[in-house]
Design a protein around this ligand. Structure first.
Ligand SMILES: [Zn+2]
Length: 188
């Protein structure tokens, strides 16, 4: 989804100490990201537009954290989200294929405020069509990857069981071994 992919542009060294690498600063990455999500924008973001994107990311992350903590975003947060969506108008178009109909929303403008509106709308769509209680932040404290838990029993604790899940298992195992041998547990 657009919203979580955008949040994860702040990438953490999940195998190591969690050092963050901000991929929004990498224009090549940003270009590919825009294309991958079929967004259309005329030019690379100006420094101000980049700052605004990062503010949006912090804002959405705060809302995500609220849901992870079983809280709801404040009314002010909803107003802020609506303001961001309000800066990107869309044209509605109905199409039909094999007897079924689809309503699409084509962006009107090709600037970064429109992209911000699309990102905010993707998050808003999740809240209306998905389940906010399935929003997760990876349990590996070095990772903090944001994802949507679509498992049947809502039990997904890590972004990826083979990667972060295994890594944490190994860390717990080592900590236990150290504790058993009387040495202080590995710092985590
Ligand atoms: Zn992870």
């Amino acid at each position: 989804m657009l919203w979580d992919d955008f949040l994860n542009s702040l990438h953490h060294d999940w195998r190591g100490d969690g050092t963050a690498d901000d991929r929004l600063d990498n224009s090549e990455w940003l270009n590919q990201w825009v294309n991958a999500h079929r967004l259309i924008v005329d030019q690379s973001p100006s420094p101000e537009e980049l700052e605004s994107l990062k503010r949006l990311r912090s804002f959405l992350h705060r809302m995500v954290q609220a849901f992870v903590d079983h809280q709801s975003p404040s009314p002010e947060d909803l107003v802020a989200l609506n303001n961001i969506m309000g800066k990107g108008a869309v044209i509605r178009q109905l199409s039909s294929k094999d007897g079924s109909y689809e309503l699409s929303y084509a962006p009107v403008e090709r600037h970064w405020k429109q992209i911000e509106a699309e990102i905010a709308a993707s998050f808003a769509r999740l809240l209306t069509e998905g389940e906010a209680s399935r929003i997760r932040i990876c349990d590996n404290p070095s990772c903090l990857w944001v994802y949507y838990d679509d498992t049947r029993n809502r039990s997904k604790r890590y972004c990826d069981d083979k990667m972060c899940g295994n890594l944490m298992k190994v860390r717990r195992f080592r900590a236990r071994k150290k504790a058993e041998s009387g040495l202080p547990a590995e710092e985590r």
